[in-house]
Design a protein around this ligand. Structure first.
Ligand code: GEK
Ligand code: PPY
Length: 257
């Protein structure tokens, strides 16, 4: 038997800024939560201590992008934050690609720009400071929404998914990660408890957890998994596959057939 190609099994180190997130230890803390300079400064540490399977989701996004990327088309990361996924894509995509990062927070894009300066020059990288709602997805073969849709007003989400479906080339892929909620109150309560225990294990004190929860109210609004999938179907995606779900965090892929 041939030995497997090692790049098929890649589980790389992410380029994460280690600056410790102590934002909600201090007073005044950001309320409502906003993606400003203070958040951008600690974002990599915050996101990797706050989202279960964050590293795995990023690595999976790279694998799926490698499988679905069609040369000559664009790869668009919506809500690219500090560019962690784009940087990894740039490192592990063999062919030259057009990598587009969109975020409506300039402070996040400034961090992303620094990270992406280290990439090999054969890729074309564009960082766009705009709202997801205003983006054209034309001529894209992969669109990534990694924990971004959850921050859009609920009544904007369907329109964004419609635009993604319409912009993707045939055979194109949407990679989507979201915080979701259970429709069953007792399950939701348990999921929240286990999620908060995960944050405690990652070094967050109870006060930090509660303050952030308060700040995120009406800012990060989760849907149920069923609502999320129904929206994808309404947008036109017929094939949807769940990749992972742990506590209340979901990653899925949807193909434009
Ligand atoms: N309407 C909007 N339009 C564009 N961007 C927006 C909007 N609203 C919020 N954002 C941006 O969406 C990002 C969400 S973080 C994504 C993590 C990243 N994907 C990662 O894989 O590291 C997830 C989190 O913070 O939980 C932030 O950078 C916001 O500025
Ligand atoms: O849902 C939460 O409680 C979070 O902390 C997720 C999160 C991660 C990073 C920035 C904002 C929200």
């Amino acid at each position: 038997m041939n030995s497997p190609n090692s790049s098929d099994f890649l589980h790389p180190e992410l380029f994460l800024d280690p600056t410790w997130d102590a934002l909600f230890e201090q007073s005044p803390y950001p309320k409502p939560f906003a993606f400003n300079e203070d958040v951008a400064r600690v974002f990599d540490n915050m996101v990797s201590r706050s989202i279960p399977l964050y590293r795995e989701a990023i690595a999976a996004a790279v694998h799926w992008t490698r499988a679905y990327y069609q040369p000559g088309t664009r790869i668009i990361d919506v809500g690219c934050s500090t560019g962690t996924l784009l940087e990894l894509l740039g490192r592990f995509l063999a062919e030259p690609a057009i990598l587009v990062g969109v975020d409506n927070a300039q402070a996040m894009l400034d961090k992303a720009q620094q990270k992406l300066n280290t990439l090999p020059a054969h890729h074309q990288v564009e960082l766009v400071c705009d709202r997801a709602e205003a983006v054209s997805f034309e001529n894209s073969s992969v669109v990534i929404l990694n924990y971004t849709l959850q921050f859009l007003p609920v009544h904007h989400r369907q329109q964004v998914l419609n635009a993604i479906y319409s912009g993707l080339v045939p055979g194109g892929l949407l990679f989507l990660s979201e915080k979701v909620k259970s429709p069953y109150p007792r399950f939701q309560e348990q999921l929240t408890r286990h999620y908060e225990a995960f944050k405690t294990r990652n070094g967050y004190a109870q006060t930090e957890i509660e303050r952030k929860k308060e700040a995120l109210e009406n800012v990060l609004v989760p849907l149920t998994e069923a609502q999320q999938i129904a929206m994808l179907h309404r947008a036109g995606f017929k094939q949807v596959e769940i990749l992972s779900k742990f506590h209340n965090f979901l990653t899925l892929v949807a193909e434009k057939t």
